[in-house]
Design a protein around this ligand. Structure first.
Ligand SMILES: [Zn+2]
Length: 58
């Protein structure tokens, strides 16, 4: 689980805005990109980010 403290220091790498924890993902409050959490570690990479559409497969 992501702690509140960690959540507060995380920011979207694209727009530097804060992110919200939404089920198992972090969602940017501004651009709404979704960042996955792998093994409890948030992956704040633009390459890994999902935009609004859900795409499990590419
Ligand atoms: Zn963003």
């Amino acid at each position: 689980m992501i702690s509140k403290e960690l959540l507060e220091i995380l920011a979207c790498p694209v727009c530097k805005e804060s992110v919200l924890l939404e089920s198992e993902k972090l969602v940017c409050t501004k651009c709404h990109r979704h960042y996955p959490i792998k093994d409890g570690i948030p992956v704040m990479l633009v390459d890994e980010a999902e935009e609004l559409v859900d795409t499990d497969d590419r």
